[in-house]
Ligand binder design. Sequence first.
Ligand code: TGC
Ligand code: FAD
Length: 387
Amino acid sequence: MIAPTALFALDTLLTDEEREIRSTVRRVCDREIRPHVAGWFEAGELPARELARTLGSLGVLGMHLDGYGCAGMGAVAYGLACLELEAADSGLRSLVSVQGSLAMYAIWKYGSEEQKQEWLPAMAAGERIGCFGLTEPDFGSDPGGMRTTAKREGGDWVLNGTKLWITNGSVSDVAVVWARTDEGIRGFLVPAGTPGFTVNDVKHKVSLRASVTSELVLDGVRLPADAMLPGARGLSGPLGCLNEARFGIVFGAMGAALDCLETAIAYASDREVFARPLSSYQLTQEKLADMALELGKGLLLAVHLGRLKEAGTLTPEQVSAGKLNNVREALEIARKCRTLLGAGGITLEYPVIRHSVNLESVLTYEGTSEIHALVIGKALTGIPAFK
Ligand code: TGC
Ligand code: FAD
């Protein structure tokens, strides 16, 4: 028997250092996350503060950024960390994506030197948590329609509006909030506890239960002039951050799929049906073979996109292709693995149904599958069909 990833000899594409990072993240997940994560999911709770410190010590928060306490690792190393985190739970990868690729990246890319010094080292260490407020109740796929405003009053900015579905919202020390100004969309750093800034958690989620999801309400939030991110102007500011987080999902989704497939292979070997192991039936082997193919192709695509990112040539539409394909295939794999587990597959005793319902969120956030199809469609035809 070989591991599903061995079918494509994936490891031959990785450096020793990348393999080492993958093993280290996997070890920490096995020790600190896997024994608890089904319980967190069932309870709809996440010890986000503790986890952020653990992940900070591991060095994965903003690990692909340089300086300010960040590890400065390559894109493939970052992707492999996302893969291992999401093999434990998509909620964990979300915490890391939002912290490192959205909140920290926004400050790192667009912030002033003072903003970087103030926030990045503590965020890299997991002592402070950030969130990223782009989506609004009426504007998800179309963030350009946002209603949140920032108006100048004397030397200050005053923010009004509501952001919804914000990962890490209520556990954050700082929110990166995107708002409409007279000069277009700009980003603002809103510290927790600023008067007029309230946060309410989204309850009754069936997906991503081991993740904090919140509403941010800004009611006359007064901020000093230097709360604005000076380097981001227009929608390209937040969309530039999304490229980073979407890239992590290209790898992450394959982590969830791998965990499902490994679980299903082990289950099918142990489980006897009609007096023979489930794995000995041709129908089962066809399912396993199909899933191993999609997993292997998705991993090859992820590593290829990672190498393009390291070379500085990765385009947004290539990221869309990776996100669309790998999340869609991961969800298919999770559903197919669930069938192999029979009734047991609907319980939290196995990780498969948890991954499957989590991947429903992953299919929607960071750009829905339809939006990524339209991004690719625009690249192929030259015609934007969003509106
Ligand atoms: P459009 O006119 O096409 O573009 C406006 C400006 O943005 C530039 N741009 C990009 N820049 C960088 N990266 C990209 N991927 C970019 N895509 C576009 C573009 O060049 C233009 O620049 P400029 O200088 O000319 O102004 O914008 P549009 O309004 O037509 O919208 C395009 C569309 C639909 C693709 C975009 O709005 C979109 O991607 N929508 C999806 C929204 C989304 O993904 N939201 C995610 C919120 S965050 C989240 O979900 C976190 S989940 C938690 C977790 O990760 O775990
Ligand atoms: P809508 O945009 O209303 O879309 C509804 C349906 O319409 C979808 O199928 C969509 O694909 C389709 N559709 C939209 N436009 C078109 C079109 N032009 N053509 C055809 N079909 C179209 N956002 C943040 O800013 N920060 C976060 O941290 C964050 N975390 C999240 C965490 C979770 C668990 C979830 C579920 C979401 C999170 N989001 C976050 C929000 C997420 O990015 C949005 O949900 C997503 O962008 C889709 O927006 P929407 O839900 O408003 O759906």
